[in-house]
Write a protein that binds this ligand. Sequence first.
Ligand code: ADP
Length: 565
Amino acid sequence: MKYYRHVRWVFLALGLATVIGLTVMNVYSLYALHDNKVQSSVEKQKRQLMEYTNQIRSRFRYPVRTLWQLDMEELKASLSSPSNVPPDLMAIIEEASRDSLFSDIYLTTPDCSPCEHYGDPIWHYQPESGLFAITSDYDQLVSDGLGITRTRMNALVQDYRWNTRVIFDTHNSMTVALINSTSREVVAYLLLVIDQDFLVNSYMGPKLAETFGTGEETGIIVWLHDWTKNEVLSTTAPEVAYSYQNVDFIQNFPDLLNNWNLKAAFTVNPDIAASRASLTRNLLALAGAMVLLIGAFVFMFFTAQRERALAQRQALFLANVTHELKTPLAVISAAGENLLDGRVTDPARLKSYGTHIFNESLRLRTMIDRLLDVARSNTKNVHLRKTPTHVPDFLRAYLKKKKSYLESHDVNLYLDIAENTPAIKVDQSDLESILDNLIDNAVKYSPDRKFIEIRTKNSSDMVSLIVKDKGVGIPKEFQQYIFDKFFRVEDALTAQTKGHGLGLSIVKDLTTRNGGIINVTSTPGKGSAFAIQFPVSDSHQPQDGTSTSNPIHQHPKEQEFEHAS
Ligand code: ADP
């Protein structure tokens, strides 16, 4: 049996360990899932950043996308003066001039270049007339742009396989070198001056907002940043100040806008926030379930322990009761046998045998009464014989019966009974058992001076009966258990005192069954007071609201004369 009990706990512990293991795995996979989600959201945003830069590049190239189709041989032959620019090139230039991205368009041949000498004449496109005019009045940036492109092309042209090449001068201008790929020489340079204001405020800024949304909640904040000047040109979240510490990712523009880049900070987007919230919810639910499970396990363990202890006490109780019943029976039957034999004739011995039989039968009776009390308190639907009871009268009659017991235990009794106590409706044999148990305990647990005070108190709807002693008292931590079946305080005095931990549980059952309640107040070393309260019987309301106390300080012997009449 013992073996099976252990196996049961081993299985339970294994089950619990499995559940905990599964839960930990679950939590781990929830985390992994969440991390994956965050990771893939970041990857997606990085791809969007790259895509954005590609779109910007395409945007620049779009107006000049058909330049490669020009016949470069023919172009070279015709470019003797601005009025000779072939119509197919003019058509492309016209389209580019309509694009707000570019503010000015210049054309030059490599031998007529202002790249060496700023101020050399250059062909400037006039949108009003649709023609080129020669000018020496141009900005330094035009000369810089052409200079950069010429230097780059000189280095590149021998190995270059295509017939156009776009070169950006930071963010100032875009120059397209038109190349004769057969003779590997540059035929002309077409320079388009970039309108910075339009580029940032009318194109890149709105496109940033369109691609990444605005505000912090979109999951990403993007700053268009001029890193040479440490200046933010545009942002998707103006409310968030730019700081290098916030930047999680940098995306450069391939081949263009070299001084600028995109700086991104990954924040929590609604998707991730929802996933995080559901992760937290799941974790909380799992934690709750775990706590419940472990709580249930611990609870089961302790209840099993308590039940085992209870079963042991019950078994002990039965063994003791059987033993205690047998002892007086043995004495009675031995005395009876001797009397039956007729061998005892001496009157003194006859009296002694009679006294033995009487005392032992009384002991037997008390024990049987206690057993019946236990049986009664265990039976749920026992029939109660409730009668209206006047507590002072009942107490007087009860104490008269109890007189010899109290005397034999040398009890100092103090009575404080309110005479005008209203009647209560109780089963009087229950009330007797209650008092028996409380008085027995007061005697048992008062090792030195046996002082018992019995007091009644009444309010308009309740009558209280208090049994107080000056005994050992009950430590606070045990007070909540003393009404449990078979519970005994574990101390030296209780160990020496006869009892099975049933008295107070019987008292509580009988009190409750009669509609009353019981309370204990106790201080270790000073004594205990048990108060039982019963509702006033409907038919017996108090005559007046006051309770006139009529204290009686007596030894039990005196009490009989005072109240028995
Ligand atoms: P028992 O048979 O042990 O007296 P009870 O149910 O009557 O069983 O009481 C339970 C425990 O409560 C006792 O073992 C004792 O430790 C404690 N107790 C009960 N009454 C008193 C009292 N008047 N003074 C001190 N301790 C008490």
